[in-house]
Design a protein around this ligand. Structure first.
Ligand code: SF4
Length: 255
């Protein structure tokens, strides 16, 4: 995309959602850090369901350590990888008590030195808690950036580096939220909803998904054409389409 197209891409996402933010529920930088650690390979909705009652009682590293690993594991057992995550949350809470006087760090290196905190988690905390212009690349951001041609890359790190380079002001601070929300609700993994996409004319993805009515019409047409290809045998019984043709005539899965 050209610089003007990148600007227009974000201008439209910003117009549709002027104040994007994380969908994780949290009350302070510490609970945000915990929620983001718990959200690895899990949905924000599942993390919120588990954390709502937990964060009513616990919003400080000391309280978490007092709660203990067993009770935490029980509280988050509906979230994937809960064993490892419970261990990491207790360990990172203890590290915050020992090294940071219970404060959540404001630098990437310090954040990434905590148990269970990788680059993506650090980027989310730096951005959402501390207002830094960071670009957390999760599965949604990775997909949107590659599909659209906005910031193609083979790895999340490559995509992040490209976003760093191309995203203009005044969109840098909220860019990753717009991209996540766009991927979660419009440019979905199995079937992007191109017919209602605000950046459809800027996006390089070729097999654009048509509106549902149009897809329903083509499905009906395909079904009708399969019906008419059936042949009548001499005995009056309907012969099914030969196996080789059947497999050819299966509807192609939409990308
Ligand atoms: S046009 Fe389709 S593929 Fe492109 S960004 Fe929009 S939803 Fe995604």
């Amino acid at each position: 995309m050209t610089r003007d197209q990148v600007f227009e891409f974000f201008r439209r996402l910003a117009e549709a959602n002027p104040s994007p933010t994380t969908e994780l529920e949290y009350s302070n930088p510490y609970t945000l850090l915990v929620a983001v650690v718990l959200s690895a390979q899990a949905t924000d909705a599942s993390v919120n369901i588990a954390c709502r009652p937990l964060f009513e009682r616990i919003d400080h590293p000391r309280q978490m350590v007092e709660l203990g690993e067993d009770a935490l594991r029980d509280a988050i057992k509906t979230i994937g990888l809960f064993n490892t995550k419970a261990r990491n949350v207790i360990a990172l809470s203890q590290a915050l008590i020992d090294r940071r006087n219970c404060e959540v760090p404001r630098t990437r290196d310090e954040l990434q030195s905590l148990p269970g905190v990788g680059r993506k988690t650090a980027n989310v905390v730096l951005n959402t808690a501390w207002g830094e212009e960071t670009f957390a690349v999760d599965t949604h951001v990775f997909r949107v950036c590659n599909r659209t041609g906005l910031a193609p890359g083979k790895t999340p790190e490559e995509v992040e580096a490209k976003l760093e380079k191309i995203v203009p002001q005044p969109f840098r601070r909220d860019a990753h939220h717009w991209l996540i929300l766009h991927g979660r609700y419009t440019c979905k993994a199995r079937l992007p909803e191109c017919w209602r996409c605000p950046v459809i004319d800027l996006c390089r993805y070729k097999p654009k998904t048509p509106p549902p009515e149009e897809r329903a019409r083509s499905t009906a047409a395909r079904t009708a054409s399969r019906g008419s290809s059936a042949t009548r045998t001499a005995t009056g019984r309907t012969a099914s389409t030969p196996r080789a043709n059947r497999s050819r005539s299966r509807p192609t899965r939409l990308p």
